[in-house]
Design a protein around this ligand. Sequence first.
Ligand SMILES: Cc1cc2nc3c(=O)[nH]c(=O)nc-3n(C[C@H](O)[C@H](O)[C@H](O)COP(=O)(O)OP(=O)(O)OC[C@H]3O[C@@H](n4cnc5c(N)ncnc54)[C@H](O)[C@@H]3O)c2cc1C
Length: 323
Amino acid sequence: MNNDQVLLALSSAGLTRVTAYEPMTRHTSWRVGGPADFFGVAETENAVFGALKVAREAGLPWLVLGGGYNVLVSDAGIDGIVIANRVRGLTIEETLGEPQIHCGAGVFFAKVAQETARRGFTGMEWGIAIPGTVGGGVVNNAGAHWGDVAHALISATVADGDGLSRTMTSDDLAYHYRQSALKERSATRSRFVVTGCRFHLERDSPQASLARVDELRAHRLRTQPVKEPSAGSTFKNPPGNHAGALIESGGLKGYRLGGAQIAPMHANFILNAGGATAGDILGLMRLVQERVKDLFGVDLEPEVQFVGRWPDEALRSVLGIAA
Ligand SMILES: Cc1cc2nc3c(=O)[nH]c(=O)nc-3n(C[C@H](O)[C@H](O)[C@H](O)COP(=O)(O)OP(=O)(O)OC[C@H]3O[C@@H](n4cnc5c(N)ncnc54)[C@H](O)[C@@H]3O)c2cc1C
């Protein structure tokens, strides 16, 4: 298939906003990253399967993105087809023994939190603090305050590149802190796509649940630079410690490298303070790791995922020998 045929096939498969050489600056919260060879938005499960079929027939790699809130896309861009997962649908079911929410993997966590609270359920309020889709959260074991995907998830529908779907439970996904059986620390292609998920709920009053959502939202606004371009926590908290506290103790709060800056408000956030490249952010991450290692003997492991055409040596420098 030539480029025009790939674009036509993606549109025919039901993807929208299909383009070639789409800058990832438009689709990532850090606002960095080079172009994807091909890009399209999948709002239905069928569109996802259609995109996978096009990738197979064209012999192209494919990569799924949710909201792009936890990825550092290389300045050199991404090979093959980027499928922006916006699979819709949100239903609450009360006939299965316990209330549960079933939603498309492209639904945003904030919507899940808001909708379940508004309809008088508790269990997902913490989702208000997670920018991004539930599909991305299932991969990352996203969590905040008292909740995380590992504890809330009943099951996820996961397809492979051949379009074969299976249902995976929280146990199947082998969750631990910001980690799952589906998560890659770096990827030029995806191997699986989450298309839908079910979460546990319990009955509560809308007033009580909405009050918790509002409280968590206000707490975030007070404590994190949520309105500036970042990917949230850059590093995982090392056992018994806080990455932000170590970086701050290393004197790096506010430190700038190119357009990348350690957030003055929260040292585990790296901001695109204006004109940053992915290379600037990677360089600053490396500098942070070296300073924290030198001063405190602690290895900081990235929480964000590296996506696209990264040179092996660049990844090795921040991910260690496993890159
Ligand atoms: C201001 C801010 C605050 C944050 N606070 C938190 C927090 O408190 N707790 C927390 O856990 N995270 C936090 N994050 C990080 C982010 O919100 C989560 O990691 C979230 O789960 C990312 O979802 P996403 O849809 O944007 O995933 P993306 O960033 O688009 O993707 C992440 C990875 O998952 C893969 N992926 C995405 N969707 C799918 C899918 N459907 N199927 C298969 N693979 C997929 C991608 O290929 C990529 O490897 C924060 C981020 C920001 C910007």
